[in-house]
Design a protein around this ligand. Structure first.
Ligand SMILES: [Zn+2]
Ligand SMILES: [Zn+2]
Length: 261
């Protein structure tokens, strides 16, 4: 009998698996979960801290938490960070109760494929390069009105040639703006929905009809060397004169229902 050989064989077959460590998805905490109707007491706090140093006050059990880059967040802040792709260190986090960045990210996710497809055909025709920006905060006009924007650009060696933007201003958090080369080509009342989840089919269709299609028309007009207004606002959509350039003026008129015909 060869004991040595027997022992060697057993060792190689019965090597125990090391216990798998708790992942951030399953890790247990000590806080009550903020999930609606959830009685769990093993929640972990949302790790979000805004630009003023205020932490998110919520905590989440394994069933209700959102995980982004190995960290626990609530659904809103998970969606916010997913959309922002922060360069850590120099970008301030939006206020803890600010839903606008997550809204811009949510709508952009739906519209992106169509926007990118259109811009890629422009890039091929003009030998340009497509660049995608994450959701960013920008300041508009002399009042420095805060707006959150996601942009897609075609760039040549001379700079940005075409710029398509989905934007929501903090002063009008329920109005989504679609811009092509800084001109508003469509607006839409922000659809309701779970900003961390997939939008329902009717919202996808609405966004396509009310935002993506006008942007495509505007890009097509640009391609043909026509002024944006000539076709972008056709088909019974609200019209604005080319002279109007400030977003506040346009959204104000839009909300008042007094847009130009
Ligand atoms: Zn829960
Ligand atoms: Zn949170």
């Amino acid at each position: 009998m060869n004991l040595h050989r027997q022992a060697f064989t057993d060792l190689s077959v019965t090597q125990p698996e090391p216990p798998s460590p708790l992942s951030v998805h399953t890790a247990l905490g000590t806080r009550p979960c903020n999930g609606i109707g959830c009685a769990s007491q093993i929640g972990i706090a949302c790790a979000y801290v805004d630009r003023r140093g205020r932490p998110c006050p919520t905590a989440w059990c394994p069933n209700h938490r959102t995980v982004f880059e190995d960290t626990v967040y609530c659904a809103l802040h998970g969606a916010t960070l997913t959309g922002l792709h922060w360069d850590f260190g120099d970008s301030p986090h939006p206020d803890v109760d600010n839903r606008v960045p997550a809204l811009v990210a949510w709508i952009s996710r739906v519209a992106e494929d169509d926007i990118v497809a259109t811009l890629q055909s422009i890039c091929r025709a003009r030998n340009e390069v497509l660049v995608r920006d994450p959701v960013r905060r920008v300041f508009l006009g002399p009042q420095r009105d805060r707006s959150w924007e996601r942009a897609w650009k075609t760039c040549s060696a001379f700079g940005v040639a075409t710029r398509v933007v989905i934007a929501v201003e903090e002063a009008n958090p329920n109005l989504v703006l679609a811009k092509v080369n800084s001109k508003i080509v469509a607006t839409l009342a922000a659809p309701a929905g779970d900003l961390a989840g997939q939008p329902p089919a009717e919202v996808v269709e609405l966004l396509f009809r009310e935002l993506v299609m006008p942007m495509s028309f505007a890009l097509d007009s640009l391609q043909q060397g026509m002024p944006l207004e000539a076709r972008a606002m056709g088909g019974g959509a609200p019209r604005w004169s080319a002279a109007e350039t400030t977003t506040a003026a346009i959204t104000g008129r839009y909300l008042a229902g007094t847009y130009a015909s």
